[in-house]
Design a protein around this ligand. Structure first.
Ligand code: CP3
Length: 350
């Protein structure tokens, strides 16, 4: 498993074929998943380890990707901390008791143990058991900022004004919240590793709503405390979207000691520019626009080839989309993508 293309790429070792997996590779674009969802609500799927494991194992087999990711959700960690989570019929998450004041923040419970999230560790174990040895399993969690933004806004937001308002007006409450989330996420990720995850990805999906100075002042120290405390020797991918000028800071958040580290990049910046910004001492993951999968096979193949050229012959590229697969994506287009990455890589067929 340590010799699998993904584990080699994240260590920046040369590979015969560039590894590829897709964020949201198990989800609504797959007819099998949609069928299962007709009878089982999403949160129940996440809390039934046999089903959650089987979804990901079947997805990896069907798509031919080089990694599995834990089937779960970013927001589940907030439940044992006292937040009421619901996925509405329309799909979006809702937190019914959002944190709006310092008193609310005080009420958020410390996650002292991962026992209430035992079903996640069980899913990790079962997924690992059902996967071929050659396929690494990625554990994941939200970064403190993205979790804090959800907890404060109470769901998805367009402008994150409530989260930013707390950050600017009550920095004490903000830092207390971020530190509590950072401790929880650290515990959670290390428990996933103990249960059988070979590497982990930290999603800071909404960090791109911040400018660089705010990111560095209000977010980076907390994310760094998570990334530095993940078990030594376990590779980590740090992913954010929306603001390419954050890339050097995302890389810096690993601290000085961690060697096997990758930064996940969205499509708003060319991959070669992104790698320069991150530093060549890191691996890079990304960064095809998910909307390209709505185009036809020839355009998909052309874009894959172009992206692999941008990665060039430098080891350390993990092929992925710049964000999750869109639910409207035809399955055959994903198959075309995976096949094209393997066919043209590692450097665009040259
Ligand atoms: O294939 C995978 O990546 C499987 C596991 C996975 C899910 N969510 C399953 C899911 C992962 C890694 C996540 C992470 C996640 N969840 C993130 C970070 C990644 C990102 O997209 O930025 C975030 C922000 C969430 C929160 C979340 N969960 C939202 C905003 C939504 C609704 C919108 C959407 O895209 O569906 C979800 C729902 C969700 N998470 C589904 C799945 C399979 C769909 C649920 C359904 O069946 O309706």
């Amino acid at each position: 498993m340590l010799q699998s293309p993904l584990m080699k790429a994240v260590r920046r070792e040369p590979v015969a074929q560039t590894p590829v997996w897709l964020m949201r590779q198990a989800g609504r674009f797959l007819p099998e998943y949609r069928k299962l969802r007709q009878s089982t609500p999403f949160l129940e799927l996440c809390k039934t380890p046999d089903l959650a494991a089987e979804i990901m194992i079947a997805t990896v087999r069907r798509l031919g990707v080089d990694a599995a990711i834990l089937f779960s959700d970013l927001l589940l960690i907030l439940e044992p901390m006292g937040m009421q989570l619901e996925f509405s019929a329309g799909g979006g998450p809702v937190l019914h008791n959002p944190l709006r004041t310092a008193t609310d923040v005080d009420r958020l419970a410390e996650l002292d143990s991962v026992e209430p999230l035992g079903f996640v560790m069980e899913t990790v174990r079962k997924t690992r058991e059902g996967l071929p040895d050659s396929i690494p399993l990625i554990g994941f969690a939200g970064a403190p900022f993205t979790l804090a933004a959800y907890a404060i806004e109470g769901g998805t937001s367009r402008d994150y004004r409530l989260a930013k308002a707390m950050m600017y007006t009550d920095t004490g409450a903000w830092d207390a919240l971020m530190a509590r989330l950072a401790r929880a996420v650290t515990l959670y990720l290390n428990a996933q590793i103990d249960a059988g995850a070979q590497l982990v990805q930290v999603f800071d999906s909404w960090a791109g709503c911040l400018g660089v100075e705010d990111y560095r002042r209000y977010v980076l120290p907390h994310t760094r405390s998570v990334l530095e405390a993940i078990r030594p020797g376990v590779p980590v991918i740090h992913f954010a979207t929306g603001n390419p000028s954050l890339l050097p800071s995302l890389s810096e958040a690993f601290g000085k000691k961690r060697r096997d580290a990758a930064v996940g990049v969205d499509w708003r910046i060319p991959l070669d520019d992104a790698w320069r910004a991150i530093g060549y001492d890191r691996a890079i993951q990304g960064n095809l626009d998910p909307a390209v999968l709505l185009a036809g096979p020839s355009e998909i193949r052309r874009r894959v080839r172009e992206l692999l050229h941008r990665a060039g012959s430098r080891p350390g590229h993990i092929f992925n989309l710049g964000h999750g697969v869109l639910p409207q994506t035809p399955v055959e287009n994903v198959l075309t993508l995976v096949q094209a990455v393997h066919e043209f890589s590692p450097c665009g067929g040259r």
